[in-house]
Design a protein around this ligand. Sequence first.
Ligand code: GUN
Ligand code: FE
Length: 428
Amino acid sequence: KYQAVRGRLLHFIAQDKPEYFNDGLLVTDADSGTVVACGEAAALLDQYPDISVTQYDNALIMPGLIDTHIHYPQVDVIASYGEQLLDWLNNYTFPTEVNFADPAVATDAAEFFLNELLKNGTTTALVFGTVHKGSVDAFFNVSEKLNTRMICGKVMMNRHAPQALCDSVESSVADTQELIDRWHGNGRQLYAITPRFAITSTEEQLVAAGQLLADNPGVYMQTHLAENLDEIAFVRELFPQRKSYLDVYDHYGLLGERSVFAHCVHLDDEDYQRMNETGSKISFCPTSNLFLGSGLFKLDNQPYPVEVSVATDVGGGTSFSMLQTMNEAYKICQLQGSKLSPLRAFYMMTLGNAKALSLDDKIGNFEAGKEADFVVFDLAGTDLMARRQSICKSLDETLFSLMILGDDRAVAETWVAANKVWSKEESH
Ligand code: GUN
Ligand code: FE
């Protein structure tokens, strides 16, 4: 069953290759959940004369947004006062994650979390669970019902945390393998092996994580790296024989094209070289780095080119909105004398992040055959946005004011696999 949405439409064929239609049409197939065609409305309507068309005014249709680092159990940790990373973990985050031993708590949080993502136009994310196997089952069960493409993993952590949050080398391997077998490639769900960070895993557990990664081709690896100076000093104490924090992960075979390292605020040139050689990916988390006082990530002038994706890092981050995330990314660049252009920002949120997750053959733009996940931005989502948009003279200006002023109020609808799953109008 073919259907179409019509309005201003923007997607990226490649980096620096935006395709924009002032009067665009996106034709999708609700049965297969895929894109049939995308282009100028007048031309496409000739080809599909009988199709049902929904028209959007004051809107911008774009591929669903992608978030490459976020913690679903940390919804209730957002906006916790006063601490930097290690105290924030011990005082707020770990006590909250303990509650996820209860599957009812996990299911409730997963439902709230996925609704919040969709409300913000985010249709794919790389997500941390908790140490509990059931937290990941709860998450995937909710995602499966929505048919969202999600990547998630059970946290592996066996030291430097409350007893209730520590697994063992053996249980972490058994639980991870069981979850991979159950969920990886099951519908749209994918698995990520998830050692929390070097501080909370023994050498034996890191060895085991590397073995799991080697044994399960196609599975992802996600962790944290070089976020905070006290964290880095502690890692140096725990692993004195390693050259750097990154070298700890490298030593245990955790680098690679499907490995995503959150933060990377404090890397040296040699680290960048190893990231480059191994095709490893960075996840830049602007609102989190500012909120936790971690530092200013250098988006430009890398010593060796490494793919940088962008992410909210809720609950260290302060917003589910990728627009707000880009607002803060822009300011972090400003403080360092570089400019984040609006086209680059919208590329990063869509095709750029899809590429970083090796999912650009499936999502990230509107090429025929891709999975039809998309967002309809409301360019007049607030009075201020409407006023500002009315004087925008170019696409660049429209995009820039959207990413600076926009948040969930700027999302009219979100569609997953060619089905409407969230609507601002219907939620009121
Ligand atoms: N490092 C280890 N765990 C975490 C976490 O939950 N959030 C952030 N921001 N950094 C971490
Ligand atoms: Fe994080």
